[in-house]
Ligand binder design. Structure first.
Ligand code: GUN
Length: 295
């Protein structure tokens, strides 16, 4: 079989961002609110700082009101909850994102539950989890990475996934579980596989749609891929790259691109696949929230 089509998430995300910019201009020209996004980061994890920096910058590029709260790694849960409460009450803010993971002294679930569900543009609050699980997709904020992955899947296969087998590898609340819900809502037959799954390769080889969200560099090789499958690689792993020089590193996904691409029909690269879609969907969710606030 020919080499898989490379799904250009960067290009699809750029199209979404263009539409968000145009809609933001139209909304404000119409007397509507300027969409406002607040990102909160606790501590100095370098990867989280890069992600939060890109979110804040993209929000500004979209014409949003964009604020970043940087709190020290020693911040107490009560202090973080007070910041969330202030943002909940601030009419200029339509989206609140608290970057995860949080330091050990803070209960993540308590913080997520404190975010106003109607400003929860990450879609992690129980209200939004419940809306997604019950098919109330018009009201839910859907987590950005699965929502972005779904757009790429639909781009490859069309809107209705009836009759297709989808396997999601990974069962996190951020990616695996909501991804499975979205695929189910699109009529796919869904399996959630994970670290305790027996003969993972055989389970994956049954997938017409294979979504990898395990967090292990290049774990899913071509042996895990059915001929003609669509492969979505959610992983972002930094691995040493001595060939680039002493101490250098490179980003790879959870899928071994070369061997998987030899069998798949279409596959997302890392970087340039799902990553840019996550940030584009965050902007789209924030715009949606501002439109809802405008009534
Ligand atoms: N950490 C890794 N991914 C995400 C995400 O999508 N949202 C938040 N808030 N934290 C994350």
């Amino acid at each position: 079989m020919a080499e898989a089509r490379r799904i250009d998430g960067k290009a699809v995300a750029a199209g979404i961002i263009d539409r968000v910019k145009a809609a933001t201009t139209a909304l404000t020209a119409d007397g509507g609110p300027q969409p406002g996004l607040a990102v909160v980061i606790v501590g100095a994890d370098p990867a989280s700082q890069v992600y939060v920096g890109s979110k804040e910058k993209m929000a500004r590029e979209c014409g949003f009101h964009s604020v970043k709260h940087e709190l020290s790694a020693e911040t107490s849960e009560a202090d973080l909850l007070a910041v969330v409460e202030r943002l909940n009450a601030d009419p200029a803010i339509h989206g609140i994102l608290v970057q995860l993971p949080l330091p050990r002294q803070i209960d993540e679930a308590r913080v997520i539950e404190a975010i106003d569900p109607d400003k929860d543009v990450d879609g992690f609050n129980l209200i939004n989890v419940g809306r997604l699980a019950t098919g109330a997709l018009d009201k839910a904020f859907v987590p950005c990475t699965p929502a972005g992955s779904m757009i790429l899947i639909r781009g490859a296969l069309g809107d209705d996934l009836s009759g297709l087998n989808a396997v999601v590898v990974g069962r996190s609340n951020i990616v695996g579980k909501p991804m499975a819900q979205l695929l189910l809502a699109a009529n796919a037959t869904v399996t959630i596989a994970h670290s305790r799954t027996k003969d993972l390769a055989a389970v994956c080889r049954n997938a017409d749609i294979l979504v990898a969200a395990v967090g292990r560099a290049e774990m899913l090789t071509g042996d895990y891929v059915k001929e003609g499958a669509v492969v979505i690689d959610v992983g972002i792993n930094r691995v040493p790259a001595p060939e680039k020089g002493e101490g250098k590193s490179r980003l790879v996904g959870d899928v071994d691109y070369a061997s998987a691409a030899a069998r798949a029909a279409a596959i997302t690269p890392v970087p340039g696949g799902v990553g840019p879609m996550t940030i584009a969907l965050l902007m789209a969710n924030t715009l949606t929230s501002a439109c809802r606030a405008a009534g």
